[in-house]
Each structure stands twice: as structure tokens, then as C-alpha cells.
Design a protein around this ligand. Structure first.
Ligand SMILES: O=C(O)/C=C/c1cccc(O)c1O
Ligand SMILES: [Fe+2]
Length: 312
């Protein structure tokens, strides 16, 4: 089997609240490199690990992770809306393979996804419907969260199951590293917000626009020096990237939910998508990280990273 991995941070503030031109140019170069890596690797299947931000998954039933055999994007923050080009046959085979390996996977026959899934597909492939994909939701926001060991087990099982498919598989992770955007929290939420987080009633266009504007303003205030959010933590982010680069994935087993939130903020758990993708690649054999980019970008509320890795 031929396998590769790409990790790519997302932010809905890209293009709406941009950093200085020199930062933007460095990000653009790193993303162009990842795009070229993907073009040269030429995957015929992408397993996409990404979180959700209360657009598809709600507290009525909140799985720690879930694989989709069909998926539709809501088009939040200007991301592309509509069906993803899910490879249903591959998705079903991977789901069975993961369950057979003892990981209690949830399966969705119609997953709703947001910018977490849409953005990397748009950035790397030019759209959400361009490449056969198996979407795998990894809860990175809604506590309680499972231990990171289970995410590594999920990634390993997916990687082993993918190896049996005899395809050119790209494991793609979507997530910021340390970051603490104003994503709502159930505990202590006023009844109207709690109800929305539990039931998941679709917002009206006006409600969605107001919510998105709040995030844009939070990004502007953060970039201007507001201390309302947990600071981006470049040392922690680079420690994560070091472990991924060296293949030291068992190091993550001791990373607790509480410690991760303290070091990296409430959405630092999005690194679970990265851990899953690299565990999948590692399950197919040894790998080399072929490129690595990192920058703290407060305007995007993101410890922002781009990395590529190739199986040997
Ligand atoms: O409000 C949301 O839906 C998400 C906001 C956000 C902001 C910055 C970085 C991210 O990864 C986000 O998901
Ligand atoms: Fe996010």
C-alpha cells in the first residue's frame, strides 16, 4: 500500500481577518508546498479526519468519533456547501475493518459537516467534491472527550484497514493546534444556548451571520492584544509537531484532556485529528515528515501548522 499524510490547520477567519502580508506569504508558500505534495502523491482515496463546531454533531448524541458513508457540508463562514464526494464503498470497508479491530466506531449514513471538513478539501483539491473521500469526525470541542489513546487506536485501526484496500491513500488532518476561539460550552450555558447545543436546530441565516460575526470580531480583538482567550502556545505546538515528526505517537497517550486545554485552550483538542492521521500513516509502515510549517496567527485564532509526510 502507498500512503501519505497531510496535516493542515483550518480557520474560518482566513480571508476575513488576515495577518500581515509577510505572514500570509509564508502560509501561502507552505500551503502551495502541501498542494504540490498532494498533486505528486496523486491519492485515489482521502481519509479526512476533522472536528465539527456544532453544525453536525450535538449533545443529544455526541460520539467521540464517527465515520461517514455520505456527507453534506453546511457552508458555514463562506465554505463550500453541498455533498462531499464520499467513496461509500471504501467508507463501509473501513468502518467494518475498524470495528473488526475492536474500536467501537459510530457510523453516519448522512453526516453533516462544516468548515472543518470543507476547508482542507477546498484548499488542497479545489472543492469538496473533487476526490474520493472518507470523512471521519473526531470530536475536538465538546467535552467530555475520550482519552487520546482511543484516538490513536482509531487512527491505527483505520490505517490497518486502509492497507487492505490496496489504494493510494492520503490521511488528511484538519485542525488548529493551540487555540481558544469562542466556541460555545454546554456547562454553564444559558438555557437557550444549552438547548441549541443539545438539540442542534439549524440556525436561521440571520442567527448564523450574527454568530459568525462574533467570531470575526473575537479574532480582531485577539490580534489587537485581547487576553480574553487562552494564548496560542508555540512551544506546546512545536512539541506536538516534534512527536509527529519523530513518530513518537505513544507520547500522546499521557496527554490528558485537562492538561491539553490548559496548555492550548478549549479547541486545542482539534490536534486529535492530527494524531489520528499520523497514527493511520504509522500503521502502514515507517514514514518521513517531508515538510513542516508553523506560525502562531492570532488574527485567525490559530496555532497554524502545515505538515506533509510520506510512507517509506
Ligand atoms: O466558531 C466556529 O465555528 C469556529 C471557529 C474557529 C476559529 C478559529 C480556529 C478554528 O479552528 C475554529 O474552528
Ligand atoms: Fe476549528
Amino acid at each position: 500500500m502507498t500512503a501519505a499524510a497531510v496535516g493542515l490547520s483550518h480557520s474560518p477567519l482566513i480571508g476575513r481577518n488576515d495577518p500581515d502580508a509577510d505572514v500570509l506569504a509564508r502560509v501561502d508558500r507552505a500551503v502551495a508546498g502541501a498542494r504540490e505534495f498532494v498533486r505528486a502523491f496523486d491519492p485515489d482515496l482521502v481519509v479526512l479526519y476533522a472536528p465539527d463546531h456544532y453544525n453536525g454533531f450535538f449533545y443529544k448524541e455526541m460520539p467521540p468519533f464517527c465515520l461517514a458513508t455520505e456527507a453534506h457540508a453546511v457552508g458555514d463562514f463562506g465554505s463550500q456547501a453541498g455533498p462531499l464526494s464520499v467513496d461509500t464503498g471504501a467508507a463501509k470497508a473501513l468502518a467494518q475493518g475498524v470495528l473488526d479491530r475492536g474500536v467501537d466506531l459510530t457510523v453516519s449514513a448522512r453526516m453533516t459537516v462544516d468548515h472543518g471538513f470543507a476547508q482542507p478539501l477546498e484548499v488542497l483539491f479545489g472543492g469538496i467534491d473533487r476526490v474520493p473521500v472518507v470523512p471521519v469526525f473526531v470530536n475536538g470541542v465538546a467535552t467530555p472527550l475520550c482519552p487520546v489513546t482511543r484516538i490513536r487506536a482509531l487512527g491505527t485501526a483505520v490505517g490497518e484497514a486502509a492497507a487492505a484496500l490496496d489504494r493510494r491513500v492520503l490521511f488528511l488532518a484538519s485542525g488548529g493546534l493551540s487555540h481558544d476561539p469562542p466556541v460555545p460550552v454546554l456547562e454553564g450555558a444559558p438555557p437557550r444556548v444549552a438547548d441549541a447545543l443539545i438539540e442542534g436546530r439549524p440556525p436561521t441565516p440571520e442567527q448564523r451571520a450574527r454568530g459568525e460575526q462574533r467570531v470575526v470580531e473575537a479574532g480582531r480583538e485577539y490580534a489587537a492584544g485581547s487576553t480574553a482567550m487562552v494564548p496560542i502556545n508555540p512551544a506546546w505546538d512545536n512539541r506536538l509537531l516534534d512527536h509527529l515528526e519523530r513518530g513518537e505517537l505513544t507520547e500522546f497517550d499521557s496527554w490528558t484532556v485537562e492538561w491539553m486545554a490548559k496548555e492550548g485552550g478549549g479547541s486545542a483538542h482539534e490536534v486529535r485529528a492530527w494524531i489520528a492521521a499520523f497514527a493511520s500513516l504509522a500503521a502502514t509502515g515507517p514514514y518521513d515528515m517531508t515538510s513542516r510549517f508553523y506560525e502562531a496567527i492570532p488574527a485567525w485564532i490559530a496555532g497554524f501548522a502545515v505538515a506533509t509526510a510520506q510512507g517509506r
